[in-house]
Design a protein around this ligand. Sequence first.
Ligand code: SF4
Length: 275
Amino acid sequence: MNSPGARVDDLRRRLQDLGAGPAHVPALLRAWLEARPLGSGKRQAEHFFPLAVREALPQLSQSLQGLASVRSEHPASDGSVRFLVSLCDGQTVESVMLPRDGLCVSTQVGCAVGCRFCMTGQNGLLRQLGSAEIVAQVVLARRQRRVKKVVFMGMGEPAHNLDNVAEAIEVLGQEGGIGHKNLVFSTVGDLRVFECLPQLRVKPALALSLHTTRDDLRASLLPRAPRIPVAELVRLGDAKVCSPASVNRRARKWTADAGNCGRALALRALTPCGP
Ligand code: SF4
């Protein structure tokens, strides 16, 4: 379970192999996501979970804890706290606890987009994070503080790891108890995003990291982002993701900040749109 790229689906399958049923799996996922001991809850474990599941809980807990751990922590004067998070293979990513119960999580080790202003992009993509590794960053933060909003704006381009990010969004929105509009998918713009997000059961908000409204400047600042004109990105976001029938119309943001790496900085301006 605690291997590089581990997915929440791997955990589900492992639990099902042990005999966990449709009521047991979500209960165990909720305990993990709420940073409670596995098996804790309203019902006593010995009267609820199958014996094989109960016997496996200590080892499962250890595996889940091994997915992510805090290597160092760096508080800032504005109340945010940046964590350097170690993964099970020794790679590191960053998570940032934000004021007002927010958390910015990473989705990749490194990044292939190579934005000129971003240190993460300078060495390219090293590996994808599995959905369980993305969710584990939320669990780590919840051991310290309440988390009610998760933004996918840390290291990596979420659109380049779409399956894992989509799985993390669904788990956080269902078993993780985070409101759909408080899950914010951030992207430099990729056509696959506009197809994928409206299909999810959990409907996240969308943040487009435009950085500038000038297409020529954008091409030079984000050299490996898809060449989609800014006006077209905004049109697609409005039409596909924020259409009345699909995702969170009331919570989307097109950021034009020419800012630094760590798109979390732009997040502070993120507010629901609409009436
Ligand atoms: S700013 Fe974001 S998309 Fe650009 S290189 Fe850095 S991590 Fe990747």
